[in-house]
Design a protein around this ligand. Structure first.
Ligand SMILES: *Cc1c(COP(=O)(O)O)cnc(C)c1O
Length: 475
């Protein structure tokens, strides 16, 4: 396909020349001498160009999108509409009395998120999951600094998302990795073996990135607290547990959520996102400023900058407000049905797991939560078809590939998260495609090795693309 400069045919879509703008105040030496060289096309041709571009892309509105760990659920369009209302388009420095509606929305959202997490206080400021992790780890660091305890280590299971060790490291902690047991869960003995007075915290994901619920989480919480350490909950996988349990009940002290996964903003679109961080009572005085609060006497909402040990601001103003509006609208719309979203997400994942486990390796054959992890090892061994080839072949089946090669502890990992949005018919189509690919891998491996065959861009040379990226347009 051509880029818009190549399509330019000299027809003015819009005429700017009627507006006579006085440019005399600009010194002559700064004025352009040649024409600016923008593409010229009619409005209709511009529309066609962008439609053609968007058709090159794959989206949930087009087909199944089981991108594990990313929770690519369907996000109702009404939330986008609400977030774009003019009334929410206010300046972040507006006087409080002119911004009561926006402040109230954030206050109510804080309360709703406190309800689902069980936590005691929360900040909406961080703008992504990883940013929430960093905020949480800064809080933990400052907490121990204030106590005068110099705890340098953070324990992280080997199944964790890569952002966990990165966030802890950025806050100055040393990372201690512990192995998972044969059930894909934290190995308590391995945990005890590395525990000492230098340990500030453990960062856990529950359900973990294998989609498995950590059954011993309460015991882990007791062990950590007895050691004077804290527990951090990576809540990016919150879609699995809403309304059934919460990190507070499991014994965690700090939690981040990904609003751009669980709460109505798509993940992976390049942002904006939101990663609110909730904490237990004793960490409340460390939250970033401002938090949004309510004064009952005057019935007004206000920004509180007066937080005793605050780590400071982690982002300008209040975070990504439009994402907060979407999350609030989604929560109001769902009400108690949030619970059913989790219920169906878990049911769908277990359905797919049972249907597929006869055709692909399933390294951890446990009941799963919202996602599960297959392995393409059998195919790789038998016919040289790798997980990457399987992922590409799925694109021919009108499916976005699942997350692959993560978590790192599973070889040739294929991580599938159907979400609650999908109906049985769609999942059955996906199962048929996966089974067909397993069959092709055996009988006609060339077909899978050369996939995809039907996409706008066919099989690409990923090594060259990564090593020698050609990012400059040359005519
Ligand atoms: C997505 C995810 C993150 C990071 O979230 P971002 O918003 O992409 O920074 C962290 N942990 C887990 C388990 C995740 O799935």
């Amino acid at each position: 396909m051509k880029i818009i400069f190549e399509k330019s045919n000299g027809i003015d879509g819009i005429n700017l020349t009627d507006e006579k703008i006085d440019i005399n105040f600009i010194p002559q030496s700064f004025l352009r001498e040649e024409k600016i060289g923008l593409p010229q096309l009619s409005e209709l041709e511009v529309m066609r160009h962008y439609k053609e571009l968007s058709d090159q892309n794959f989206c949930i509105e087009e087909g199944f999108y089981p991108l594990g760990s990313c929770t690519m659920k369907y996000n109702p369009k009404v939330n986008e509409l609400l977030a774009s209302l003019d009334d929410f388009n206010i300046h972040p420095l507006s006087e409080e009395d002119l911004a009561q509606g926006a402040l109230k929305l954030m206050y109510n959202l804080q309360n709703a998120l406190l309800e689902v997490t069980g936590m005691d206080a929360i900040t909406l400021q961080p703008s992504a999951g990883a940013h929430g992790e960093m905020t949480g780890m800064m809080i933990i660091k400052k907490y121990f600094d204030t106590l005068g305890e110099n705890r340098k280590k953070v324990i992280i299971p080997d199944s964790a998302h890569g952002t966990n060790p990165a966030s802890a490291k950025m806050c100055g902690f040393d990372i201690v990795e512990i192995k998972s047991n044969e059930k894909g869960q934290v190995d308590i003995e391995a945990l005890k073996a590395v525990l000492d007075n230098d340990v500030a915290a453990i960062m856990m994901t529950n359900p973990n990135t294998l989609g498995i619920f950590e059954e011993q989480v309460e015991e882990i919480s007791k062990i950590m607290h007895d050691n004077g350490s804290l527990l951090y909950y990576d809540g990016a996988n919150f879609n699995a547990i809403m309304g059934y349990t919460n990190p507070k009940l499991m014994g965690f002290d700090v939690v981040h959520l990904n609003l751009h996964k669980t709460f109505a903003t798509p993940h992976g679109g390049g942002g904006p996102g939101a990663g609110p961080v909730g904490v237990v009572e004793k960490l409340k005085d460390y939250l970033p400023t401002p938090t949004i609060e309510y004064d009952k006497q005057t019935d007004t909402y206000y920004r509180n900058y007066n937080i005793k040990h605050s780590i400071g601001s982690v982002k300008d103003f209040y975070g990504n407000f439009s994402v907060l509006v979407k999350a609030y609208a989604y929560i109001l719309m769902m009400g108690k049905n949030l619970k059913h979203a989790s219920e169906n997400a878990v049911l769908n994942a277990n359905y797919l797991k049972e249907k597929l486990k006869g055709h692909y390796d399933l390294p951890y054959d446990e009941p799963c939560m919202h996602e599960f992890v297959l392995s393409g090892e059998k195919q790789k061994h038998e016919s040289g078809v790798s997980t990457l080839n399987i992922a590409k072949a799925l694109m021919d089946g009108n499916t976005h590939p699942p997350t692959v090669y993560f978590p790192l502890i599973v070889h040739e990992a294929i991580m599938i998260e159907p979400t609650e949005s999908e109906q049985k018919e769609r999942m059955d189509e996906f199962v048929d495609t996966m089974i067909q690919i397993a069959k092709d891998a055996k009988e006609n491996p060339e077909k899978v090795l050369n996939a995809p065959h039907t996409t706008p861009v066919k099989k690409i040379d990923e090594v060259t693309a990564a090593r020698h990226p050609d990012l400059k347009y040359t005519n």
